[in-house]
Design a protein around this ligand. Structure first.
Ligand SMILES: NC(=O)c1ccc[n+]([C@@H]2O[C@H](COP(=O)([O-])OP(=O)(O)OC[C@H]3O[C@@H](n4cnc5c(N)ncnc54)[C@H](O)[C@@H]3O)[C@@H](O)[C@H]2O)c1
Length: 329
């Protein structure tokens, strides 16, 4: 190793130590900042355009209504036209403006076409919330290939198309926000959720990489936030049972997401203590962590899963189409 290499190594080591010391400073300043009342810390989104994918139901709809109450102009994209219309009714009842588009997020060309329409008809999107999601909820070998594919199309690939469509304008003005609705299942694996977990792990990685890319590029005005909630009783995970961690209410989760957006959080894990529970999987040996998973009933949460079993509740009737195909064959 040459003297130059040694000097470079020492300089890098010095910078790494300084970075660690600065983390203590950031920790303390964040703590002090959190003591300032929330109303002085939240950003003003009045008149801003917020686009919510999957705004026709559950968390997406609640976000539309709550962000409209803060003065945002709402755009919802959903494959469920009736769901979108109900959201528009609720946003208008709350005194807001709402634009609805029937879009199948698993179709990249449909996403780009809808994005062009939104830019022409509504304007620049200031906050993009990638919220739409689906779940197969079957043991790995029983999950039909088409549903696995669809899960990735909706839960992660669509984030690439929507973000590509709207990020350019945000970068040009160095102002905007990309919100990823991921899941605790994007931080820890769960049996019977291989495709769902893999797509949510991807969503978490997408958010983190995008944030780093924006920071490295100097676009500090464009924020990103990853939201990782535990099970919520919206109907998407109908039938799940949870012994230790309470199933969350949509009201609570949507309130927390609104705060996370308005306060420019980098990420949010709900309930908050799950962040520390997940750390255990990196600290404990796998067999110990597995015993803990079983002791907490983690292995049984999905055993009575039904999901959105009624046809009208399914986002795209894909499973029915698959069954139809099978019965025709
Ligand atoms: N419900 C939970 O337990 C839970 C937990 C953690 C994370 N999440 C995530 O939160 C988000 C919202 O979930 P939710 O509980 O409100 O579910 P939901 O089923 O009520 O809402 C999902 C929405 O996405 C829409 N959608 C599905 N496929 C689509 C497609 N191809 N194109 C356009 N829209 C489509 C649906 O029509 C629906 O309106 C999802 O990303 C989900 O993975 C949910």
């Amino acid at each position: 190793m040459s003297a130059v290499d040694v000097l470079e190594m020492l300089a890098m080591l010095g910078m790494a130590v300084l970075a660690l010391i600065s983390s203590v400073f950031y920790g303390i300043s964040n703590l002090l900042y959190s003591l300032v009342p929330k109303k002085f810390r939240v950003k003003n989104i009045e008149g801003q355009v917020v686009l919510v994918t999957g705004g026709g139901s559950g968390i997406g709809r609640l976000l539309c209504v709550k962000l409209a109450k803060r003065g945002a102009r709402i755009v919802t994209w959903d494959v469920n036209e009736a769901g979108n219309e109900e959201t528009m009714t609720q946003v208008r009842a709350a005194g807001g403006q709402c634009y609805i588009y029937t879009v199948d997020l698993s179709d990249r060309h449909a996403v780009y076409a809808a994005a062009t329409k939104v830019k022409q008809e509504v304007g620049k999107v200031d906050i993009l919330i990638n919220n739409a999601g689906i779940v197969t909820g079957k043991n790995f070998m029983e999950a039909p290939d088409e549903l696995i594919q669809k899960t990735f199309d909706v839960n992660i690939l669509s984030h690439f198309w929507t973000t590509k469509a709207f990020l350019g304008d945000m970068i040009s003005s160095n102002k905007g926000h990309i919100v990823t609705i991921a899941s605790v299942a994007g931080l820890a694996g769960v049996n019977k959720l291989a495709d769902y977990c893999a797509s949510k792990f991807a969503a978490v990685g997408f958010d983190e990489s995008l944030r780093l890319e924006l920071k490295v590029g100097g676009y500090t005005g464009v924020k990103t936030t990853a939201i990782c909630p535990y099970y919520i009783n919206t109907g998407m995970f109908e039938g799940v049972k949870s012994k230790l961690i309470p199933i969350l209410s949509p009201e609570y989760v949507s309130d927390e997401i609104v705060d996370a957006i308005l306060l420019d959080y980098y990420d949010l894990v709900l309930p908050r203590f799950c962040r520390y529970l997940i750390l255990l999987k990196y600290i404990l040996p796998f067999d110990g962590a597995y015993k803990l998973y079983k002791a907490c009933g983690g292995h049984l949460t999905m055993s009575e899963f039904q999901g959105r079993s009624k046809p009208e509740e399914k986002p795209n009737g894909l499973e029915d189409k698959l069954l139809d195909k099978k019965s025709m064959a």
